[in-house]
Design a protein around this ligand. Structure first.
Ligand SMILES: NC(=O)c1ccc[n+]([C@@H]2O[C@H](COP(=O)([O-])OP(=O)(O)OC[C@H]3O[C@@H](n4cnc5c(N)ncnc54)[C@H](OP(=O)(O)O)[C@@H]3O)[C@@H](O)[C@H]2O)c1
Length: 370
């Protein structure tokens, strides 16, 4: 890949962004506006009010964004003819983050948004006069059950998806790769709260562990209860704070002289293992009883077999937890981040170490999230 240099200056073309009401997209939109970009935010009619409220907290010097009503699920993105025409003439960049992110949904429920919606965004970009680069938010979920080192240059290595969400993210990335358009693909790990404030919008991934520990802490004498923890470290846990994801995307997207297809892994280069994360979470919840190391991977493997998994799924539904998360616990995969680290080397953007952040994430969760 060409060694990228930082671009200077700015242009007045419109940057189309999808997913501006979402956890990552709302922060990225604010960040890009802060860089002086003129944003057009594609937003479903029912979410426009929420988006307007978010925009009120943007830096006052940022150019005010346009809100374009639309829907990934509609032909031509449901845009009015006038909005579409304006985009075709003036759109200089596209950030596509909108998706349905839920491990529990089946293929039928999410394909129309995650795959067909991506196809519509690519169609629009292909018709634009200024040949905008498409910045596509992908996910490490595309690596499915691949093991070992998964490189930024890897895509289809013969892996099987772990769930419908992972399959749709794989299929969407395939469309982006085949489009022939200049594209940047960002594969983020499991995104957690802000590394400075702990701020988080939803219960997801490791926050289900916090939720379980919150319940355990209510048991009388909980602080001295013996707790089972994984006996061994493994490479199954890939958490990344949202501010790193947003800062890295904004910086990488602003680099000129990129290859027509660039792919970045927005992951911790030195990920903590689940055992280390879990121990830190037990500390944060003042659960200081004896820790008994067990090979829990073996138990997870058993629970993921079809019969037991149906029961795990029922229990998960009762507790509002996606049982599909268990499948991730069986992986032993490391996401190579070399190209990303090299491209960020001249910036101050680095993925913060996760373990010291656990008390902050727990604190925010306890104060703000159910
Ligand atoms: N969160 C993670 O850990 C993670 C990790 C890796 C990759 N990603 C990827 O990052 C992206 C953003 O994830 P997130 O966690 O920020 O998701 P999120 O909070 O659930 O936000 C999803 C966004 O997509 C929009 N959207 C959904 N359906 C739409 C439709 N039919 N038309 C237009 N917009 C629609 C939502 O708008 P409404 O407000 O109208 O619903 C919302 O703005 C996704 O592509 C996801 O796959 C996420």
């Amino acid at each position: 890949m060409t060694k990228p240099k930082k671009k200077t200056g700015d242009d007045k073309s419109l940057t189309l962004l999808t997913g501006a009401t979402g956890f990552i997209g709302s922060r990225l939109a604010r960040r890009l506006a802060g860089q002086g970009q003129h944003l057009a935010l594609l937003c479903r009619p029912g979410s426009a009010e929420a988006l307007e409220q978010k925009i009120q907290n943007w830096p006052t010097q940022a150019p005010p964004p346009r809100i374009l009503l639309g829907d990934l699920d509609q032909p031509k993105l449901g845009l009015t003819e006038q909005d579409r025409r304006e985009l075709l003439e003036t759109c200089g960049k596209v950030f596509h983050l909108a998706a349905r992110y839920d491990l529990r949904l089946d293929d039928q429920a999410i394909r129309a948004i995650n795959v067909d919606g991506t196809a519509r965004v690519l169609e629009l970009a292909a018709d634009c006069a200024k040949q905008p680069r498409v910045h596509h938010m992908s996910s490490i979920a595309v690596s499915g059950d691949a093991g070992g080192v998964y490189a930024e240059t890897d895509f289809d290595v013969g892996q099987q998806s772990l769930h419908a969400y992972g399959q749709t993210k794989f299929d969407a990335e395939a469309l982006v790769r085949q489009s022939g358009l200049p594209c940047s693909i960002y594969r983020a790990g499991v995104v957690v709260g802000d590394s400075k404030t702990g701020e988080m919008d939803k219960v997801d991934g490791p926050y289900y562990v916090f939720r379980a520990l919150r319940l355990i802490r209510r048991v009388p004498g909980a602080s001295r209860l013996p707790m089972i923890i994984p006996r061994d470290d493994d490479d199954s846990f890939h958490l990344v704070p949202v501010d790193y994801v947003v800062d890295a995307m904004a910086h990488l997207a602003d680099l000129p002289e990129l290859d027509p297809l660039a792919c970045w892994h927005l992951c911790d280069p030195n990920p903590a293992s689940f055992r280390q994360f879990y121990s830190a979470a037990l500390d944060a919840y003042d659960l200081h009883g004896p820790r008994i190391g067990r090979p829990v991977q073996r138990l997870f493997r058993l629970l993921c077999k079809p019969g037991p998994f149906a029961v795990v799924k029922q229990v998960g539904d009762m507790l509002d937890m996606p049982a599909e998360m268990l499948r991730h616990m069986l992986l032993d995969v490391r996401y190579d981040t070399q190209a990303t680290e090299e491209a960020l080397a001249d910036s101050e953007i680095q993925c913060p170490a996760l373990l010291p952040l656990v008390p902050l994430l727990v604190d925010y969760f306890e104060t703000h999230l159910k």
